[in-house]
Design a protein. Structure first.
Length: 719
C-alpha cells in the first residue's frame, strides 16, 4: 500500500505536483510534510509486518475473535514506538507555517499535529493509508489517537491536551475535531479549507464571508492626531476600540489607524451580517480571518444591530469575545453599553470631517475612478477651490458613499464619452440618499431656480441667507463652534410665513435646487395620529431619516404640528403640550436642513421662533410683481394676442402668485379650446373663475369693461 508514495524520492514533491510548485517559497512546509510522509510509511510497514490479512476488503466492518485477541494482547502505543522521534521546532518566521504559528500562538508540537491532519488535503494518497492505520477504510482522515502516535507521543500523555477545546489548535479554529460523540482518541481531525489554502499561499477571504467582509482601503484624510492615538492603542494587549461619531464618519479613522499600524483592514458589514441566513457563526469566521491575515476588524455602526434585541446583542458580544487579542474597532452613534461585551472598549469621540477633508476625499475618489475608467477629469486634482466637487463638498457623505458617488459620476460620463461635469458629481451624490425618507415624505427634484422667483428683495435676501447657512454650517458650527454644548445639532431651520400662494413652497424648492439637493415634503397625514405618542414616533422617524439624507425637509402648513402650548385643562391639553415640548427638543438637536411654512405665523409657539435660523416673510405681491408673475406664468410658448393687456390684470386684480399661476393655466385651456391666440377676455375670464373659487366678490369696478366679455368667453360659452 506504500507503493503509491515511491515517486516521492526522499520525501520531495513529485514533479508537476502542487507541492513542487510551492517548494521554492515554502520549503520548510514541504520538508516537514516529507517527515510526516516518512512517519506514515514507517507506521504502515510496522502494521503490515504483524497484520495477517493486510488486503482484507472488509477491514473495519467486522471483528473476528482472533483479531480481538491480537488487539487485546498488543502493547499500548505500539505504533508510536515504530515512528521516528519527533524533534519539534518552530518554523521560520517568514514562512506560511511561521505566520500561522505566530498569529494563533501555536507550539512546535501543534505544528506537527497540524501537518498530520492536513496531509490528506495536500496529497490524496494519504486517505487510504490513514484508513488502513485506523483499521477502518471508511475513516480516511487521522484520528486523535493516530495523530499522537504518528508524532511519537503516548495517547495517554500530555500531548493529547494540545487538541483540547481550550488549546490554540481547536480553540481558535485552526483544527476541527469531528464525530464528537465518539471517545476523544477516536475523533477525527480535519483542517478547514481556509487554513489549507493559506498554507498554499492563498490570501483570499473565506468564501463564507463573501459580501459580509471585505478588505478596506485607507484614504489618509482622517484626523491625523486621532488616527495616531487609535493606532497606539492597537499595539496593546487589549486592542478593543469604540469610535463614537454622532454626526461624523468613523470608518476612515479606523481604516487609517489599522493601515498605519501595518495591519490588514477587514470591514465587517453589519447589515449584511444580519441578512445572512445563519449569522451566529460569522463573527467567529471574521475574527479567524483577521488573525490569519495579520489584520484588524472594523465593524459598525453598531446601531444597526438594534441591540435591545437579545439575539442581536449576542452577535456583538460573540464578535468581541472571538476577536479577543485581535485589533477590533467598533463605531456607532450611541454610547457604549457595558453589557455588550465582557471587556469595555476604549472610547474615542470622532468629530465630523470638515469641508477641506471632504473635498480631499472627493478629489482622490474622482481621480481613482477616472484612472480606472479612462475618462478625462478636469478639476479632479485641482486645488480645493474650483474643483468638480466644490458644490457637494459640504454634503454629509461618508468615505464609502463618496467612493460610490465618484464611481457613478465617472461611469455616467463614460457612457456618453465626455468628461465628468459638476452635474454628474451632483447627481451621483444625490443618488447616495437612502430611500427610507421617501416612505415618509414626498421627494421632489427641483425644477426651478432663482430666476423663476418673483419676490421682494428682502425676501430674496433671506432665502440666499438660508442657502449660505446650509453651505457653511460645518465651518461655522463645527470648526468655529458657534453653537456649543447642550446637545445642539448643526441643522439649519427656516420659517417661511405668508399668505397662501405667495411662493413659500416654490422658494423651498429653489433653495434645495441651489444646494443641489432634493426637496422632501412631509405629508402631515402620515405624521399626525389620534393615538397618544404616535405622532411623536412618526416625527422621530422622519427626523432620523432626514439626518441621513442630503436634502431639504419641508413641513408645509407647519402650524398644524408646531402650534402654541396652551393651559392644561384636560388630558388632551397635556398630551398636546408634551407633543410640542418634544418637537422643541428634537428641532434643536436636528442635524439637517428643514423649512417650515405657515399661513398663520401668530399660531406658532414663541419657543419655536427662538430656534429658527432664518425667518422669511412672503407678502402679497405688489403691482409690478404681479405683472412679472403674469408674464412668467404665461410663458413664452403660448401664442398671445397683440391686444393682451397684462398691465390691466396686474393693476386691477390683487392675486397671490399661486392664484395667478392657476389663472394662467385656466386661460391657456380657454385659448386652446377657441383655437385663437390668448387674449385679455380669456385671462379675465380665468380670473373670474378664480374669484368664485376663492369666494371673493366680483365687482364691476374691479373688472371694468371686461366683465361681460369674460362671462361670454367662460367655459359655458366655449362649450
Amino acid at each position: 500500500m506504500t507503493a503509491g508514495l515511491r515517486n516521492h524520492s526522499g520525501g520531495r514533491p513529485a514533479a508537476g505536483s502542487p507541492a513542487a510548485a510551492g517548494a521554492g517559497t515554502e520549503g520548510d512546509l514541504w520538508a516537514r510534510f516529507a517527515r510526516v510522509e516518512r512517519r506514515v510509511r514507517s507506521a504502515v510497514a510496522a502494521r503490515r509486518a504483524v497484520d495477517p490479512e493486510p488486503d482484507d476488503p472488509y477491514r473495519g466492518q467486522y471483528l473476528t475473535p482472533e483479531a480481538a485477541g491480537r488487539t487485546a494482547q498488543s502493547p499500548r502505543d505500539a505504533l508510536a514506538a515504530t515512528v521516528e522521534a519527533v524533534e519539534p521546532a518552530l518554523p521560520p518566521p517568514g514562512s506560511a507555517l511561521g505566520r500561522l504559528a505566530e498569529a494563533f500562538g501555536l507550539a512546535p508540537l501543534d505544528i506537527e499535529l497540524l501537518l498530520v491532519a492536513v496531509a490528506p488535503d495536500l496529497d490524496a494518497r494519504f486517505e487510504p493509508l490513514y484508513g488502513y492505520l485506523n483499521d477502518d477504510l471508511t475513516r480516511r482522515r487521522p484520528t486523535v489517537g493516530l495523530a499522537l502516535e504518528l508524532c511519537g507521543l503516548p495517547t495517554a500523555g500530555p500531548g493529547r491536551f494540545r487538541l483540547s477545546p481550550a488549546a490554540p489548535l481547536a480553540g481558535r479554529g485552526v483544527l476541527e475535531l469531528t464525530e464528537t460523540d465518539r471517545p476523544l482518541l477516536s475523533r477525527v481531525l480535519r483542517v478547514p479549507d481556509r487554513v489549507t489554502a493559506y498554507l498554499l499561499g492563498d490570501d483570499e477571504i473565506d468564501h463564507r464571508l463573501r459580501g459580509i467582509v471585505r478588505v478596506g482601503r485607507a484614504d489618509g484624510a482622517a484626523d491625523p492626531e486621532l488616527v495616531r492615538r487609535v493606532r497606539d492603542l492597537l499595539t496593546t494587549s487589549s486592542p478593543l476600540v469604540y469610535l463614537r461619531a454622532t454626526d461624523g464618519d468613523a470608518a476612515p479613522v479606523a481604516l487609517d489607524a489599522l493601515a498605519s499600524a501595518g495591519l490588514r483592514p477587514l470591514v465587517l458589514d453589519l447589515a449584511a451580517l444580519l441578512a445572512a441566513p445563519a449569522p451566529a457563526h460569522l463573527p467567529h469566521l471574521a475574527a479567524f480571518e483577521a488573525r490569519l491575515g495579520a489584520g484588524g476588524i472594523v465593524a459598525g455602526p453598531v446601531d444597526l444591530l438594534e441591540l435591545r434585541r437579545p439575539e442581536r446583542a449576542r452577535l456583538l458580544y460573540d464578535l468581541c469575545e472571538t476577536a479577543a487579542g485581535t485589533p477590533l474597532i467598533l463605531y456607532g452613534r450611541t454610547g457604549w453599553d457595558p453589557r455588550w461585551a465582557q471587556e469595555s472598549p476604549v472610547p474615542f469621540a470622532v468629530a465630523p470631517p470638515g469641508r477641506p477633508s471632504r473635498l480631499q476625499r472627493w478629489e482622490r475618489a474622482l481621480a481613482a475612478a477616472g484612472g480606472t475608467a479612462g475618462v478625462p477629469l478636469p478639476g479632479a486634482t485641482a486645488p480645493p477651490r474650483g474643483g468638480l466637487a466644490e458644490e457637494v463638498a459640504s454634503w454629509r457623505l461618508g468615505a464609502e458613499q463618496i467612493r460610490k458617488a465618484a464611481s457613478l459620476a465617472v461611469r455616467s460620463a463614460a457612457a456618453e464619452r465626455r468628461p465628468v461635469s459638476e452635474r454628474d458629481v451632483r447627481l451621483a451624490a444625490r443618488a447616495q440618499n437612502g430611500a427610507g425618507l421617501e416612505q415618509l415624505a414626498r421627494r421632489v427634484e427641483p425644477a426651478v431656480g432663482w430666476s423663476d422667483l418673483v419676490l421682494p428683495d428682502a425676501t430674496r435676501a433671506q432665502l440666499r441667507e438660508l442657502a449660505l447657512r446650509a453651505r457653511h454650517r460645518d465651518q461655522v458650527l463645527g470648526e468655529w463652534r458657534m453653537r456649543p454644548g447642550g446637545g445642539r445639532g448643526r441643522g439649519v431651520i427656516a420659517l417661511f410665513a405668508g399668505e397662501s400662494g405667495t411662493g413659500k413652497t416654490m422658494s423651498a424648492e429653489v433653495v434645495a435646487g441651489a444646494l443641489g439637493m432634493d426637496l422632501y415634503v412631509v405629508d402631515l397625514s402620515t405624521v399626525v395620529d389620534k393615538y397618544i405618542g404616535e405622532t411623536e414616533k412618526n416625527l422621530e422617524r422622519i427626523f432620523a431619516q432626514a439626518s441621513e439624507v442630503n436634502g431639504v425637509l419641508l413641513f408645509d402648513e407647519a402650524d398644524a404640528i408646531f402650534g402654541k402650548r396652551s393651559q392644561v385643562k384636560d388630558a388632551h391639553d397635556r398630551h398636546a403640550n408634551v407633543e410640542s415640548a418634544y418637537l422643541l427638543q428634537r428641532m434643536e438637536s436636528f442635524d439637517g436642513i428643514a423649512v417650515l411654512t405657515t399661513n398663520l405665523r401668530a399660531n406658532l409657539d414663541e419657543a419655536f421662533t427662538r430656534r429658527l435660523d432664518v425667518v422669511a416673510e412672503f407678502p402679497m405681491p405688489d403691482r409690478d410683481q404681479r405683472l412679472a408673475l403674469w408674464d412668467q406664468c404665461l410663458g413664452a410658448r403660448i401664442p398671445r394676442d397683440g391686444g393682451l393687456d397684462l398691465d390691466f390684470c396686474a393693476e386691477r386684480f390683487e392675486l397671490a402668485g399661486g392664484s395667478i399661476r392657476a389663472c394662467a393655466v385656466t386661460a391657456a385651456y380657454l385659448a386652446a379650446e377657441s383655437a385663437q391666440p390668448l387674449g385679455t377676455a380669456q385671462v379675465v375670464s380665468a380670473v373670474l373663475q378664480e374669484y368664485r373659487k376663492l369666494g371673493r366678490l366680483v365687482l364691476e369696478s374691479e373688472f371694468g369693461p371686461w366683465l361681460d366679455g369674460a362671462k361670454e368667453s367662460g367655459p359655458s360659452a366655449a362649450g
